[in-house]
Structures are given as structure tokens and as C-alpha cells.
Design a protein around this ligand. Sequence first.
Ligand code: BEZ
Ligand code: FE
Length: 287
Amino acid sequence: MRNLDENTITTAVLARHEHAPDERLKTIVTSLVRHLHAFAREVGLSEREWEAGIRFLTDVGHITDDRRQEFILLSDTLGLSMLVTAMAHRKPDGCTEATVFGPFFVENAPEYRNGDDVANGARGEPCFVSGVVRGQGGEPVSGARIEVWQADADGFYDVQTGDAETHRARGVLHSLADGRYHFRSIVAEPYPIPHDGPVGRMLKALGRHPWRPAHLHFMITAPGYHRLVTHVFRDGDRHLDSDAVFGVRSSLIAPWIHHDCGTAPDGTVMSTPFSTLSFDFVLSQSP
Ligand code: BEZ
Ligand code: FE
């Protein structure tokens, strides 16, 4: 193949993959090349712009390490993560919707019993969280493994604070025989996604902000049901309609109810302000 020009190059590249042994890989790369070339033609990509794109992706790679995944952040902020999540978790009506996983999940978080305080010293107004885990037929799911993680009052997850040893505002608990769960934590606050790197510069150049509306992360697993990875978003947050990673779904928004003082749902007498949140989860059945 010689003398390729701007009209014949795409077909030539695709022909080179004709005998690729992995059919799925061939499908993916064929589509990728088609769309990539179509994009370059559509915008009339200049050499300077191509170089800037290569520099940007190089910066994304350089800042990525075991603790920071800038490529996932790029995928999140371009809406690709949420698109893949939405396609992978088409659920029957009535089931709790999924949303993005995010980069702040940690394996081996501490185990707690219902009623415990998962904040473990994280800064924030106390919040009492409760609800029921059910299956799509309405049946209570007992023994569901519930992993919860969230940012503190300053908008930071424990893993961002430099003290990797101490788990704060995250933990694992299990639903009770009637599907109920309840724990104490702190009020979730909005926070900006990490924006001191190339993705932050991209957002700025595009006139976008890096904020996520306040939320609690949940991952719920139980035998016989699909794993649910989701958030509960705080009603009234000013970023609900402009989430930097496009993860908000109306069905996941719930009110955090403020109390000046008084008796919390678990009977704790509070002399300082606190909040309560109630949220029920519905798991979809696995085959
Ligand atoms: C999060 O909610 O933890 C998150 C999700 C996507 C990008 C950054 C943070
Ligand atoms: Fe988060």
C-alpha cells in the first residue's frame, strides 16, 4: 500500500487489521479508527492541535500513579464512564439505579455493626443514615454487604489526606434479617474532583467547574442479586444539574433532614445539631 492520501488512508488502516485473530478487538479497533479519522476530518485537525493533544495525553500519563488515576478522571469528565455504567446496568423498573464508581473506593475498609459510627473521627456534622435493602420483588434482603464511603466536611476522602492507615468515613456493614441497615456518619458535602492536573486544566479551558454535588457512595452485594454501585445525592445541592462527572440521577436524590438537637433515630440523645437520611435500595435479581 503506497501513495495513501487523506481519502484512502482510513480504508488502508482497516485493511491492515483484516486478519486480527481476536474478533472483538478487531471490532473495537475498527470502530475506533473510523471515528478517530472522521473526527480529524470533521474538525480539520492541524499539526499544532495534534501535537497539543499528544502533549495533553502524555501529561495525563505522567501524573497517573498507584494513588492517582488521571485517565479515569478524563473518562469521567468526558462522560464516558457514565455512558459505560448506564449501558452495563440497564435495570428493571423500580430497581435502584447505578452510577459511577469513582476513584476513592478502598478495599478492606473496617467492618462495623449496625448503629456504629463509621466516621471514625472524620470532620463533619453527625448524620444518622438508615433504610432497607430489598429485592426487585419487594422481599427484604438480609445479610447484604453494604460498603459506604464519603468525603468529610472539607470535601476530602480519607485517602486524600495523606494518612493512608486510618480509614475515616468509610466502612462495611450488613443488612439485618428484615433488610434494614443503619449507621452513624457525617453530613456529606460537595467537593471538587482533583483538578490540579491536566484534566483540571482541560475543565478550565472549557469553562467548566470541577464540583460534584454532595453524595454518599454505596456498593451493595448479596447472593442472587446483581452488585449495585451507586450514590445517594443530597437534595438541594447547587451542583446537582452540573455534576463534573455526569453521575446524578433523579431517583438517587434524597433529603438530608436537619435537626437542631434532640433524639436521633437510634435513640442517641444529641445536644448538638445533626442530620438524618433515609434511603431504601432495591437490588435487581441475577440469573
Ligand atoms: C467520586 O465521587 O468519588 C468521584 C467520581 C468521579 C471522579 C472523581 C471523584
Ligand atoms: Fe465521591
